[in-house]
Design a protein around this ligand. Structure first.
Ligand SMILES: Nc1ncnc2c1ncn2[C@@H]1O[C@H](COP(=O)(O)OP(=O)(O)O)[C@@H](O)[C@H]1O
Ligand SMILES: [Mg+2]
Length: 445
């Protein structure tokens, strides 16, 4: 049996057991060959009846991969040997990182601020970017709070390369299913881990950090972890975490670099980014982490409409008189058409309403006249790349028509020009609110 005080290879004196799993132990040890004696981590695998060849393969892979890695926030490989202590042990020695694992901090009941979560996320993504950019890419496959260490220098380190995969792909042949329930995305259970699988595990670990609840114990809907009501994170960070933990690998960030960029762009949102709602504006806006609802209500008739009201009543009055005999049929139709345009110009700006609803997955635009929906458009929220004010090639009373344009992929969605109309100040305010909610960078408006 291995116990504290024991010296392995006449060099590593075991101090304290940090972890134990079937046939596997992790020890804090003192390296007596260094002056003064330095601390090291010794991971041991017992070679016995219960040992599966698969375990030994993974253990040797851990040693080999660690030997090749060179990153300031990954423990350095030191040694690999076997010892015969009634049973045969394989031992991997690596640099000790002083600090506490995020799991220990969660268990101590520590709360984490949005700023801390962003900092940890950035630091782990930098390490993942390093690992995934190697040739062939190295996939960690077991990112979780117990394998992330907050060092005494307040930086995050990634440890435990015991599940690592360094082949281009494990498609075909046999594959090893590794990972931890709750942190592992579904494609990895199918033996098809990709770089985005590590992103899922990081997202789930951060969700554990902010909610204090292990992701496996959080409710799920459509395979998505439901966590937003248990935190007071900004909507952008919630959306970012949702993208990290999307069950469909295609909908997740594709790379650590892309996830980093998205995280940094939602950092742009400072107080000065937002504009307050223009005085007198009747637009209703409600935002939560999971939805942004905008209602542009009908403005009603105004004094400026009096000419149109007069014109439309006059025109339809004449038509009424003329059509009494019902003889000038084509004549009436022609004049009815000529009256339609002023009628539209009168009714839509005065009584039209528009509702814009953004959800994490999709968004809707709905136009109504006298409470009746006459037009609906739906789009994919993740595809939105730009929101801005555009000038249309049409003018009304010599004023070029302006709209708010939402660009999602190749599609453009426009509102706020005429039915109902908005003021310039309202458009600018709405564009900023939408950009902020979506976590888009600030653009010229
Ligand atoms: N290099 C290291 N420096 C500091 N602590 C470590 C290091 N490696 C592991 N640990 C601690 O020991 C625990 C178990 O080690 P780990 O490598 O994760 O083993 P296992 O494969 O059994 O999960 C980790 O959760 C971490 O707290
Ligand atoms: Mg571990």
């Amino acid at each position: 049996m291995l116990e504290a005080g024991q010296i392995l290879q006449q060099r590593y004196q075991l101090q304290r057991k940090l972890g134990q799993n079937a046939g596997r132990q992790t020890w804090l040890a003192e390296d007596l060959a260094t002056q003064p004696a330095r601390l090291a981590i010794v991971k041991l695998l017992a070679f016995g009846d219960r040992l599966q060849w698969e375990d030994l393969k993974l253990f040797e892979r851990e040693a080999n991969v660690l030997k090749q890695l060179n990153h300031p926030r990954i423990p350095k490989y030191c040694d690999y040997f076997s010892i015969d202590d009634r049973i045969l042990w394989f031992a991997l020695v690596q640099e000790f990182i002083p600090g506490s694992s995020l799991k220990e901090l969660i268990n101590q009941g520590q709360k984490f601020s949005e700023q801390q979560v962003r900092k940890y996320a950035t630091e782990v993504l930098e390490i993942l970017d390093y690992l995934h950019s190697l040739l062939p890419p190295v996939l960690h496959r077991d990112i979780k709070p117990s394998n992330l260490i907050l060092g005494e220098d307040n930086q995050i380190y990634v440890v435990d390369f015991g599940a690592v995969q360094n082949k281009a792909s494990s498609q075909g042949g046999t594959f090893t299913v590794v990972g931890t329930y709750g942190y592992t995305p579904v494609e990895q259970f199918g033996g098809r881990a990709v770089p985005a699988s590590d992103l899922y595990a990081l997202g789930a670990s951060l969700i554990h950090l902010v909610t204090g609840v292990a992701p496996a114990d959080l409710p799920q809907r459509n395979m998505r972890i439901q966590f937003s009501d248990r935190t007071n994170l900004s909507p952008q960070l919630v959306r970012w975490l949702e993208t990290m933990t999307h069950p469909d690998v295609e909908q997740r960030f594709h790379s650590a670099a892309q996830a980093l960029e998205a995280l940094n762009s939602c950092l742009v949102t400072s107080r000065s980014f937002l504009i307050s709602q223009p005085y007198g504006s009747r637009i209703q806006l409600q935002k939560t982490a999971t939805q942004l609802q905008i209602k542009i209500p009908a403005r009603g008739l105004q004094f400026s409409d009096s000419f149109l009201i007069f014109f439309v009543s006059f025109w339809y009055g004449i038509l009424f008189l003329v059509s009494r005999g019902n003889i000038f049929h084509s004549f009436i139709v022609f004049h009815w058409l000529a009256g339609l345009f002023p009628l539209v110009m009168l009714l839509f700006p005065a009584f039209g309403e528009v509702f814009i609803n953004f959800h994490p997955h999709d968004f809707f635009l709905e136009w109504k006249l006298f409470g009746k929906t006459y037009r609906v458009k739906q789009g994919d929220t993740a595809a939105i790349c730009k929101v801005y004010i555009s000038t249309e090639p049409i003018s009304i009373n010599n004023d070029p028509l302006k709209t708010i344009t939402i660009e999602a992929g190749v599609k453009k969605y426009k509102f706020g020009s005429f039915s109902p109309e908005l003021t310039d100040a309202e458009r600018q305010w709405l564009v900023r609110e939408i950009q902020q909610w979506l976590g888009l960078g600030q653009t010229e408006i």
